[in-house]
Design a protein around this ligand. Structure first.
Ligand code: ATP
Ligand code: MG
Length: 445
């Protein structure tokens, strides 16, 4: 049953009233057919961009891609991209068509689309238009290029990543000859802008079973190009009885066990990336990876910067990796509070989730009891509003200055000292008591 929201229906109706053809197309048709909620609705029509603008002149419209035939119609309920039927011209450099040709024929428009499941259109009047057996491929759970896969990949190498992305998101397989074309042209992915690759890669990471997408990337050959640092992890023996998987398999296991938050999934992807570069084997033949967390944090930062990821994201991922080995430290109350002050009240649980996943993937017998206990203690600290940060002290910098201490470095030192005391003895967090401590330790001259 095609349930199209009113705000999309209105657009199709109005185009039809003016004598044009109009359909929803692409991802929304695919998603409705498999019972997923479409992320957005695209409309395709034989009206030209100027005509679309004229027809919707009483709406807010944006000229985002008018040159390529797209007018965005804005309504409170949502935005709809309305695009003129297109037949792409020659693809010159494996990226953008040299020139776009507008068409009066929906077949042209569907023919230029990447995969059969993305090349269907629908409206109430006509029903589903499916020249390339997209419905059948949806049933077979297959990603198949429209037309000749070699030609289609050569036109736009991003489609290699898109094939993997849709396979991962929908849990489909890639049809053999489409797969072969992806493999044949995989090295050309290097010619595509990193922003577009990153967008697809992040969608793969956020899918239900990211290990499946990463394996496809490896088998097709794009992992070597996008993430060469990871290749050493494949089959890398940990020489350690606490680990029953090689580094790559371990990473994939951790990825699948984490919830789909981008920074958590990225931290899972990179948490052990430093291992193959830090192995030492002791006299008993046991492997150690001293400093792999520090190295991994540094490598993750470099990789994410290469991918032009936003700094805030890079920093979150870096910190999670840098601290992921604290799972093995015997942290007392004070140590937990220190960790809490570094991560804050949300991110601390992201770290714990990473650590739990990491532990459960390391070995069949691995036990996460200590981590669950730690989680409970941290929840208590937060719930009981126990002090773990300077700004929670019963005294602040201005109070200290009023006591007669000079503005400057000493104020910070005093507050650091007080925090240490309060972390050990929470009952000391009382203005009078803190002032006493200050006067005793820091003589005024
Ligand atoms: P999502 O739900 O993730 O948005 P989608 O199918 O809508 O998935 P988009 O990237 O938004 O994917 O693209 C919309 C449609 O445009 C696709 O369904 C496909 O028909 C077409 N398309 C997008 N990118 C390409 C491409 N590189 N080559 C050919 N067709 C493409
Ligand atoms: Mg879309």
């Amino acid at each position: 049953v095609f349930n199209i929201p009113i705000y999309v229906e209105i657009i199709i109706d109005r185009l039809e009233e003016k004598g044009f053809d109009a359909y929803i197309v692409g991802g929304s048709v695919r998603d409705i057919l498999i019972g997923r909620d479409p992320s957005d609705f695209d409309v395709t029509t034989d009206a030209l961009p100027e005509e679309i603008e004229e027809i919707f002149k009483d709406f807010t419209t944006l000229e985002v891609g008018k040159k390529f035939g797209t007018v965005v119609v804005v309504q409170d309920e949502g935005i709809v991209e309305v695009t003129t039927f297109r037949a792409d011209g020659e693809y010159i450099d494996g990226r953008r068509p040299e020139k776009v040709y507008f068409s009066k024929n929906i077949l042209d428009d569907l023919s230029r689309r990447d995969f059969t499941i993305n090349a269907m259109a629908y409206n109430k009047k006509i029903g589903v238009i499916d020249y390339f057996n997209g419905k059948e491929d949806l049933e077979k759970k297959t990603i198949r290029a429209v037309g000749n896969p070699h030609e289609r990949m050569r036109e736009d190498y991003l489609r290699i990543m898109r094939a993997i992305r849709f396979a991962a998101q929908l849990e489909f397989s890639i049809d053999d000859s489409t797969f072969e074309s992806c493999k044949l042209y995989s090295e050309h992915i290097a010619t595509i802008s990193i922003e577009r690759i990153r967008e697809e890669f992040f969608k793969i990471l956020l899918s239900k079973t990211p290990s499946y997408g990463i394996r496809l990337m490896k088998d097709i050959g794009v992992l070597d190009i996008i993430l060469p640092e990871m290749i050493k992890a494949i089959g890398f023996d940990q020489h350690n009885p606490h680990h029953d998987k090689d580094v790559f398999e371990h990473i994939l296991c951790v990825l699948d066990k984490t919830s789909p938050n981008l920074h958590l999934r990225l931290a899972a992807l990179f948490h052990d990336i430093g291992k193959p570069y830090t192995l030492t084997i002791d006299e008993k033949g046991v492997g150690h990876f001293y400093g792999h967390d520090k190295l991994g944090a540094k490598m993750a930062k470099e990789i994410l910067q290469r991918w032009k990821a936003p700094n805030e994201l890079v920093e979150k991922v870096r910190l999670l990796i840098y601290k992921h080995m604290t799972q093995h430290a015997n942290l007392k109350e004070k140590g937990l509070k220190k960790l809490l002050s570094i991560f804050g009240e949300d991110e601390i649980f992201t770290l714990l989730e990473l650590q739990k996943a990491d532990r459960s993937c390391s070995n069949e017998e691995a036990d996460i009891k200590d981590l669950l206990e730690r989680e409970g203690k941290i929840k208590d600290i937060i719930e009981n509003k126990e002090v773990y940060e300077k700004n929670q002290l019963a005294i602040n910098g201005y109070d200290v200055i009023e006591l007669g201490y000079k503005q400057g470095k000493i104020i910070g030192e005093i507050l650091d000292y007080l925090l240490e005391k309060v972390l050990e003895k929470p009952e000391l967090n009382d203005k009078k008591k803190l002032i006493e401590i200050i006067k005793e330790k820091f003589k005024l001259n």
